[in-house]
Design a protein around this ligand. Structure first.
Ligand SMILES: [Fe+2]
Length: 293
């Protein structure tokens, strides 16, 4: 691929301080759609938390265990003691991820919204899904029930595998190239559909044209077998004890293999970005020649 999609930062602390040059380079790379990779930034699991490093904690139905910002855990099958430990560990990860994002990007502080934390204790390789729900296929994040209306999806990941297992991703081509291939094929809403879906609770809030296009990119890429095999992409293994982040609505990504990962999601309006013109919303608006919200 012409453009290196991963930018490595040798940070060793979650809380900084980081110098101006580091912050500026990190923000430029992140808002360009690259994956920021922190090979020297482990999330530390305490001895008392070792009992949480088993896939038996998953309830087998939900893909992930999730923790709301208020501490409530969902999707687990843990004992009350382990459930309390889980909430503490995931809460600590949520705080550290927030500290990392806000010390690297202080310009985001006023507008950032901290969403769910997730814990992914189940091995990815060998799990089978329908193509549309299979995150082993290259995609940008777009969720049918959660319209973003241009809001960004920023995610921080740490691989906490206790036996050194890597988490293997594919990272694909720049967003603009993906949009050029799939935006034209996106399904348009039926009249009143966005309003009706919102009313019936199928979506949380009303889908905008932007949301339909992003779902079109997500589904279009995942359902296109030739694209999955032939699109420009690199394979990257994030070793245990490392951390990475990216705008998952912009960086083409697929998670192929790995177990025991923590993830924190943030939402951000494009006005908080240093380069809103690079956001998926603005790229798609330029391409379509109209406003999408
Ligand atoms: Fe994803």
């Amino acid at each position: 691929m012409d453009i290196e999609p991963i930018a490595t930062l040798e940070l060793t602390r979650w809380t900084g301080p980081f110098d101006d040059a580091t912050r500026a380079a990190a923000q430029d790379a992140l808002e360009s759609g690259k994956v920021l990779y922190f090979p020297k930034l482990p999330f530390l699991v305490g001895n008392s938390e070792n009992s949480l490093l088993t896939d038996a904690l998953s309830n087998g139905r939900a893909k992930n265990i999730s923790r709301d910002p208020d501490g409530k855990i969902q999707g687990d099958a843990a004992s009350p003691e382990d459930s309390a430990r889980l909430s503490v560990m995931m809460g600590r990860f949520a705080e550290q991820a927030r500290a990392l994002v806000l010390t690297l990007f202080p310009g985001y502080a006023d507008r950032i919204d901290q969403a769910r934390t997730s814990y992914r204790p189940v091995e990815i390789a060998g799990r089978s899904y329908s193509p549309r729900t299979d995150d082993k296929r290259l995609h940008v994040d777009a969720f049918p029930s959660r319209p973003q209306r241009g809001r960004r999806i920023l995610r921080v990941f740490s691989n906490i595998h206790p036996m050194g297992g890597a988490r293997v991703w594919h990272v694909g081509e720049p967003f603009e190239a993906v949009a050029q291939k799939f935006a034209g094929k996106a399904r348009r809403p039926l009249p009143l559909e966005p309003w009706l879906f919102d009313l019936l609770g199928i979506t949380r809030g009303r889908r905008s044209d932007y949301d339909y296009l992003m779902l079109g990119l997500h589904d279009g890429a995942k359902l296109d077998g030739a694209y999955q095999s032939n699109a420009p992409q690199i394979e990257f293994a994030f070793p245990a004890g490392t951390t990475w982040m990216c705008f998952t609505d912009q960086a083409m990504h697929a998670a192929l293999k790995g177990q025991f990962c923590l993830e924190q999601t943030f939402h951000l309006p494009i006005e908080a970005l240093a380069h809103p013109e690079r956001s998926p919303l603005r790229v798609l608006e330029r391409m379509m020649g109209r406003e999408l919200i």
